[in-house]
Design a protein around this ligand. Structure first.
Ligand SMILES: Cc1cc2nc3c(=O)[nH]c(=O)nc-3n(C[C@H](O)[C@H](O)[C@H](O)COP(=O)(O)OP(=O)(O)OC[C@H]3O[C@@H](n4cnc5c(N)ncnc54)[C@H](O)[C@@H]3O)c2cc1C
Length: 399
């Protein structure tokens, strides 16, 4: 354990949001501690990245290590969704703007998250594994009128540990450390979904440049994602409405029946072997009552979660980390909270636009061009409807 107990920033959670924020702040010269309750590598769902993530990781300095990991390069997506009976395809490099990254990766999260957290440590952050944040208290920073945060945590053997900071950032993901403490979470009344997922070996993959694309297929019981991974497996998940999902013992049967009702996913898995137990996670979408309070700030899934249909989770967590890092630096320099409040407004605008698009996508059984036109009504500066859609699904809303 480090001798330092007072930090500029204490971050709770070492996932992509926390690790990216830690790297950005440490590289800017601030003292940073990351408290992570697990030992890495640890399993996590959420394997498909979109290009904007690469921009943020380039800025945090983590991208070269991610590039070297051997993850499959994802150039776009293939969707069987809406009124069109045939799958339709898009590629990130269709964007009219000359972006540096017009691809992303399909990542094994245990490896990816470890790379990001190792990079945070190499950037100067202190990372404490098997330390679980329990209590939070605000306090007046000595000699100032500024409020800081105190975290009471426990180590692996249950011993109490205390950390104090000018600001505590909750990056605890869906666990929602501060959200549950302060009752900040508001669940979305429409996007109340559940995901059932597992892994297959020897699945038939798409061809040509779409071999590494994400494939999503709507069925009458929900929709499937099918994500090829570099370890030879495919992550295949069913997202269904909470009220349709049966209780624990009957879920495999439900998943298999949904698979049989699919057209393409079933064919792609016809010769494949299931190689992992099935997992289930409630992926109810939610938003926070606030992202910033006295002595604390929330980012990543700790604040917002929106349905995984457009693979926006890690983009929002890392984009949130980038916005938070800028705001925290500005707030420390100015001695005011103005930048933190701007962070909240900016991030909520971005999340709000994706939520709005996802509502439309779920509720409109239309041709792909309707989805492109919807994107065009929401994305400023796009050359045309398809360009707007490509920008949106690449995570490019201009922050
Ligand atoms: C079914 C499903 C499919 C998804 N698919 C995708 C996808 O394809 N692409 C995509 O981009 N996103 C996807 N996501 C979302 C993505 O997984 C998350 O958005 C992303 O992991 C958020 O990162 P984070 O750092 O905010 O939180 P997390 O990655 O969850 O990290 C939080 C960390 O905090 C730690 N922690 C929690 N509580 C405490 C505590 N009290 N003290 C200390 N540590 C603590 C946890 O151990 C964890 O390591 C999916 C999500 C779901 C549910």
């Amino acid at each position: 354990m480090s001798g330092l107990t007072h930090w500029d920033v204490v971050i709770v959670g070492g996932g992509p949001g926390g690790a990216t924020l830690a790297a950005l702040l440490a590289r800017a010269g601030w003292s940073v501690a990351v408290l992570e309750k697990e030992t890495f590598p640890r399993y996590h769902i959420g394997e498909s990245l979109i290009p904007e993530v690469l921009d943020v990781l380039d800025e945090s300095g983590a991208l070269s290590a991610v590039d070297r990991a051997g993850f499959l390069r994802k150039e776009g997506g293939v969707f069987r969704w809406g009124a069109n009976p045939e799958p339709w395809t898009f590629h990130f490099d269709e964007a009219r703007e000359r972006y540096r990254f017009t691809y992303a990766y399909q990542v094994v999260r245990s490896t990816f998250d470890q790379i990001l957290l190792d990079h945070a440590r190499a950037s100067g952050a202190q990372v404490f594994h098997q330390v679980t944040a329990r209590e939070f208290f605000e306090f007046l920073l000595p000699g100032t009128d500024q409020v800081g945060g105190r975290v009471l945590a426990t180590g692996s053997d249950g011993e109490p540990i205390e950390f104090t900071a000018r600001l505590v950032v909750d990056c605890s993901g869906q666990a929602g450390w501060l959200s549950s403490r302060f009752r900040l979470r508001k669940y979305d009344p429409f996007l109340r979904n559940v995901a059932l997922f597992t892994y297959f070996r020897d699945a038939t993959r798409l061809e040509g440049r779409d071999a590494n694309a994400i494939f999503c297929e709507a069925t009458d019981r929900g929709w499937f994602w099918n994500i090829p991974l570099h370890d030879g497996t495919n992550s295949v998940g069913l997202v269904t409405k909470a009220e349709l999902c049966p209780k624990a013992g009957d879920r495999t049967e439900f998943y298999n029946a949904a698979l049989q009702s699919s057209v393409y996913t079933r064919q792609m898995l016809a010769k494949a072997t299931c190689v992992a137990e099935q997992r289930c996670i409630a992926d109810y979408s939610y938003r926070p009552r606030r992202l910033v309070g006295p002595g604390y700030l929330l980012t990543g899934d700790a604040g917002n979660f929106i349905d995984p249909i457009w693979s926006t989770g890690i983009m929002l967590a890392t984009t949130g980390a980038r916005l938070a890092a800028r705001a925290i630096g500005e707030s420390f320099r100015s001695g005011t909270n103005a930048a933190l409040l701007e962070y909240e407004t900016s991030l909520q605008q971005i999340v709000g636009r994706y939520r709005h698009f996802i509502y439309f996508f779920y509720h409109t059984n239309a041709s792909p061009s309707n989805y492109f036109w919807k994107a065009y009504s929401m994305v400023t500066g796009a050359a045309d409807a398809r360009d707007a859609f490509i920008r949106l699904v690449s995570g490019r809303l201009g922050v």
